[in-house]
Write a protein that binds this ligand. Structure first.
Ligand SMILES: Nc1nc2c(c(=O)[nH]1)N[C@H]1C(S)=C(S)[C@@H](COP(=O)(O)OP(=O)(O)OC[C@H]3O[C@@H](n4cnc5c(=O)[nH]c(N)nc54)[C@H](O)[C@@H]3O)O[C@H]1N2
Ligand SMILES: Nc1nc2c(c(=O)[nH]1)N[C@H]1C(S)=C(S)[C@@H](COP(=O)(O)OP(=O)(O)OC[C@H]3O[C@@H](n4cnc5c(=O)[nH]c(N)nc54)[C@H](O)[C@@H]3O)O[C@H]1N2
Ligand SMILES: [Mo]
Length: 724
């Protein structure tokens, strides 16, 4: 979403820098953005489909690759049905228009009954709370950090991530600006992060106990008579119920387990309630934990009780210029939680929630023989061997598949198991309009970037690959699928949801694909020209005439229009979630863990896949175990020395980094490392291998009611690795 200025010399990318005139990012850029040229020129990046032949790979034509996909899928489907086929879809879908828009075709049209995704190692708890509170899993309010005077950051480190479920250019600049205008920033995190270092206060919390902290904050707000519902009072259902529920959760009760003193909790609660513009922001540290849904829900509850939901400087609902596929209603998910658990997984018996089960189930569903066994897998822009709990088990299971097809640009830890790899275009060979992430932006804007380089002759776009694979699942030869017809059909469905006749408005176009769909979703969006009904409104041609993009203003209160619950109100106390409170209460009485593991991110990294860019990985090794000096001393661990970390799930040996920037009793590893596996083609990443933290993550350690992985708060032991 940051505007780039890309200088090209012939067919080479020269300098990439921030576009100072960009209407949205105004010259801000993170180090990843400057490396698109490296990704484009990376000699390891696949440019041709490859098919496995025993232990070797052969580059083939697209026709042959597609044909091979059909040949591999057909016998599986014939013998075991489409139920034996699944897909894992990964994070880059969220910022690749071609994939993000068309994955729905692979999933929806192919007949694949269910898929796995990175969602259950990420934001699933927030999806659950939003679905139950507001009536839509993607109706996620974001903190209005540009206009707030008190920001409480819980389980997020925008210093590294640049904001998550929060799109705002130069987040750290905005955090500095809060303080510069006399406001305050508090960071609740077991680690003293780069964000905490720039805040007024760091609250080192015990991992997994944020829900208890938030309940105590709500308790004080209620007990002190500070509830202030403001203009949304009539839109809130269940305030009384919340007041009852929080009564038992006094600061004194939660202080010992959270590690935050009762006085401090009271003061923070009062600050939140009495500051006109204040907001609590919670992110992945609150989701990827044992009580993820409770914590994610309570963030919104506390904001609502203190008058900071749907208000300037509080949590606000974005209004993206372009509506995304996440706006489409999900069949079977009307209503509330009564629709959860429609089915359970075969091996573990995990119930589906919002159509997903814990991603760690995938390994056992592949490895366990019997009716219903998964025998064919698509991976689309995902690297679950590194990024999901028990990735080592999945790694072992993948080689037992009858058919694995990966839509991916690299031969990495996951795709090395594929039978066919179908590479997408480089980020510079395709146009770009950020899609999903505008749903989480502090304001509205639109920006279209044309492709810089033409794709090599005959190379399909990823949307086309996805359509062909859907066809293959239906028994067609993927090479011969009528891509245009399916694309037209999809367009018509989307147009229909906005009250337009697809075939009629298709007359406006001489092309299909993502650009046509982008135009549709822009024109029928809140700022669009509605194909002439709103003269002066936006369309793609107008957007293209503005290379620096178009800013459309900050978020505005709009709760009433956002809500899609049956009664048109916020369900502040959904039964499905409040029923989970006894599990949290039991946590208060559990003996303290000696040592637990949490995850972290680094600025010059992106999950598992940008480690093949030399400028991002050079310098000090970042895949280290951070340990507090007291814990290091207790366990005989020395700074820089190889240290053994063991959990119920596995063991890794990794250099320790002794630092007091972490709470005693907590150690931390970044995720996305563990490269240099045999058969991968990642020359740079393999020289900076690191270890896979997800070997330590037990797949069964989840936030029970969402099924989301708890990769934070994993009990571990540490010891020095003996020097042979
Ligand atoms: N322990 C622990 N584990 C975690 C997390 C954590 O905090 N701690 N975080 C979780 C989170 S939030 C996420 S989102 C997941 C990420 O999990 P994944 O999405 O599975 O992992 P990524 O590393 O993002 O993998 C991206 C894949 O996409 C490929 N790719 C990159 N660009 C493109 C493209 O343009 N087209 C195609 N077709 N492929 C492309 C890359 O080669 C790579 O294989 O990890 C999760 N895992
Ligand atoms: N540079 C860079 N940017 C990224 C990514 C990347 O890999 N690199 N990944 C992208 C993706 S896919 C995502 S989802 C976002 C995530 O963006 P963020 O949510 O900001 O994720 P992190 O930077 O991992 O910060 C999470 C913090 O939660 C803390 N934490 C762990 N357990 C707990 C707990 O129990 N309670 C509390 N209060 N805190 C806890 C961790 O110490 C960590 O500091 O970042 C995105 N941006
Ligand atoms: Mo993520």
């Amino acid at each position: 979403m940051c505007g780039l200025e890309i200088h090209v010399e012939g067919d080479r990318v020269g300098l990439i820098r921030a576009d100072r005139d960009d209407a949205w990012s105004k010259g801000h850029l993170c180090p990843k953005g400057t490396t698109l040229g490296h990704l484009h020129h990376d000699p390891d990046r696949l440019r041709q489909p490859i098919v496995r032949e025993g232990d070797t790979w052969r580059e083939v034509s697209w026709d042959e690759a597609f044909r091979r996909c059909s040949d591999l899928l057909a016998p599986v489907i014939e013998e075991h049905g489409i139920e034996a086929v699944t897909a894992y879809v990964g994070n880059p879908l969220a910022h690749n228009f071609s994939l993000g828009r068309y994955i729905g075709i692979l999933i929806g049209m192919s007949g694949i009954p269910m898929i796995y995704s990175a969602g259950t190692v990420d934001q699933w708890p927030k999806n659950v709370s939003s679905h139950l509170m507001y009536g839509g899993m993607w109706k996620i309010p974001v903190p209005d950090i540009q206009r707030t005077d008190l920001l409480v950051v819980m389980g997020a480190n925008p210093h590294a991530s640049q904001g998550s479920l929060l799109a705002c250019p130069d987040v750290m600049g905005e955090i500095d600006a809060i303080r510069a205008r006399g406001g305050k920033v508090v960071v609740v995190d077991p680690r003293r992060t780069g964000t905490a270092a720039r805040a007024d206060e760091w609250m080192p919390i015990t991992p997994g106990t944020d829900a208890a902290l938030l309940l105590a904050i709500a308790n004080v707000v209620v007990a002190d008579g500070l509830v202030r519902l403001g203009h949304i009072a009539d839109l809130l259902d269940g305030v009384d119920r919340i007041e009852e529920l929080v009564a038992a959760w006094t600061p004194e009760r939660v202080a010992p387990v959270t590690g935050i003193s009762a006085d401090r909790i009271r003061a923070l609660a009062r600050d939140l309630a009495t500051t006109e513009r204040a907001v609590v922001y919670g992110r992945i540290g609150l989701c990827n934990q044992e009580f993820g849904t409770l914590a994610s829900w309570l963030v919104d509850v506390v904001n609502a009780l203190t008058g900071h939901l749907d208000t300037v400087g509080g949590l606000m609902f974005p209004r993206p210029a372009v509506w995304s596929v996440t706006d489409l209603p999900m069949p079977g998910l009307e209503g509330g939680a009564e629709n959860f658990g429609r089915w359970k997984t075969r091996v573990r018996g995990a119930p589906e929630v919002l159509g997903h089960v814990p991603v760690s189930c995938l390994a056992e569903e592949i490895a366990t023989p019997g009716a219903g066994q998964i025998r064919a897998l698509f991976t689309v822009a995902g690297n679950p061997v590194l990024s999901t709990p028990g990735g080592d088990r999945l790694d072992a299971a993948l080689s037992g598949l009858d058919c694995m097809i990966s839509v991916d640009n690299w031969l990495n830890e996951t795709t090395r198991h594929a039978d066919v790899i179908l590479p997408g275009l480089s980020p510079l060979e395709q146009p770009h309009h950020d899609d999903l992430i505008w749903n989480f932006a502090v304001g509205s804007a639109a920006n279209f970037s044309p492709a810089i380089f033409p794709p090599e002759d005959g190379r399909p776009h990823e949307w086309e690959i996805l359509i062909r694979l859907a066809g293959a699942c239906l028994g067609e030869n993927a090479a011969e699928v009528d891509v245009a017809a399916i694309d037209d059909g999809f367009f018509d469905v989307l147009a229909g949801t906005r009250g337009f006749d697809g075939p009629t408005i298709r007359e406006h176009y001489d092309h299909g694909g993502p650009e046509r769909m982008l135009d549709l979703t822009l024109r029928t969006g809140p700022f669009g020209d509605r194909y002439g009904e709103q003269p002066g409104g936006l369309n793609l041609d107008r957007l293209k005439a503005e290379p620096h993009g178009i800013a459309l203003g900050p978020n505005e209160p709009c709760l009433a229009e956002v809500l899609t619950t049956a009664e048109g109100k916020v369900r502040l106390a959904p039964r499905y979630i409040t029923d989970d409170l006894p599990r949290l209460a039991a946590r208060l009485d559990r003996p303290a863990d000696d040592l637990v593991l949490v995850s972290r991110r680094h600025l010059r990294s992106n999950n598992s896949w940008m480690h093949n860019v030399n400028v991002l990985v050079k310098g000090k090794d970042r895949c280290t175990l951070t340990v507090h000096p007291d814990d290091a001393a207790r366990h005989g661990v020395r700074d820089g020395a190889l240290t053994r970390v063991t959990s119920d799930a596995g063991t890794v040996d990794v250099p320790a980094e002794v630092t007091d920037d972490i709470r005693p009793g907590v150690v931390s590893l970044p995720h996305g490392w563990g490269h240099n596996l045999p058969g991968t083609r990642l020359s740079v990443a393999n020289d900076h291998a690191g270890v896979n933290t997800n070997v330590l993550a037990p797949g069964t350690f989840v936030d029970v009611i969402s099924g989301n992985a708890a990769v934070n708060g994993i009990p571990v032991t540490i010891s020095p690795v003996p020097i042979p």
